[in-house]
Design a protein around this ligand. Structure first.
Ligand SMILES: [Zn+2]
Ligand SMILES: [Zn+2]
Length: 210
């Protein structure tokens, strides 16, 4: 698979363009601003976007959904437990309060163990609740897209409504740190450290995992 990390919006979100070199089908993970920039890359690489996947339902990761779907026709995919954040008036209101464009309701919901495919690329859904009830990481070919669960040198917040720190630490320890050490970690925000890491490096250096 080919991975392009694109920093977007005003909240330092890392958006990912993941594509199949053979079929040119692609998935975008967490479009969250600068949609024209992302669409331009899709055009330059002659890709066909099939899915818009959100690692979780927070507005800073879903605010590009509407525009991205308008521009590409791709389908919006989110974990079933975070779908209400996109569908409910309450969720849409919360996004607006943060000055973010609300997402349309998802076209498809997924759960743990499901696969999201684009050509030869297949991303497995790892349900990692804690930051949100339907937070998920996506695993494919030794690459792990971690959203707001695991960052380079940091971990996600658990002080927001719907969060659970007990569930969160369980997700990290049982679902992520059990993956092979060489698994590449692609985080959901740029917090000024390196843009990516590995499970082994995080286990060694991330102060929150000790
Ligand atoms: Zn979040
Ligand atoms: Zn975030």
């Amino acid at each position: 698979m080919e991975i392009e990390q694109i920093k977007v919006g005003f909240m330092d979100v890392f958006c990912y363009l993941v594509s199949c070199p053979r079929t040119k089908e692609a998935v975008v993970i967490d479009p969250a601003g600068d949609e024209e920039k992302v669409v331009k890359r899709i055009e330059q690489k002659k890709l066909r976007l099939t899915y818009i996947v959100n690692t979780h339902g927070h507005g800073d990761h879903t605010c590009g959904n509407a525009k991205m779907r308008d521009l590409t026709g791709a389908k919006i995919v989110v974990h079933e437990l975070d779908a209400p954040m996109l569908s409910s008036e309450h969720g849409r209101q919360m996004a607006r309060q943060l000055g973010l464009a609300p997402s349309p309701p998802p076209d498809i919901t997924v759960k743990d163990g499901d696969h999201i495919a684009a050509g030869d690329v297949s991303l497995e859904v790892l349900h990692t609740p804690g930051h949100t009830p339907g937070g998920m990481c996506l695993l494919g070919e030794g690459n792990l897209f971690t959203g707001d669960t695991l960052f380079v040198g940091a971990i996600g917040r658990t002080d927001m409504p719907g969060a659970s720190s007990a569930q969160f630490m369980k997700s990290i320890h049982e679902r992520l740190l059990t993956l092979p050490g060489e698994t590449i970690v692609w985080p959901g925000h740029d917090y000024g450290f390196r843009p990516s890491s590995t499970i082994a490096d995080e286990m060694r250096t991330n102060p929150w995992l000790r």
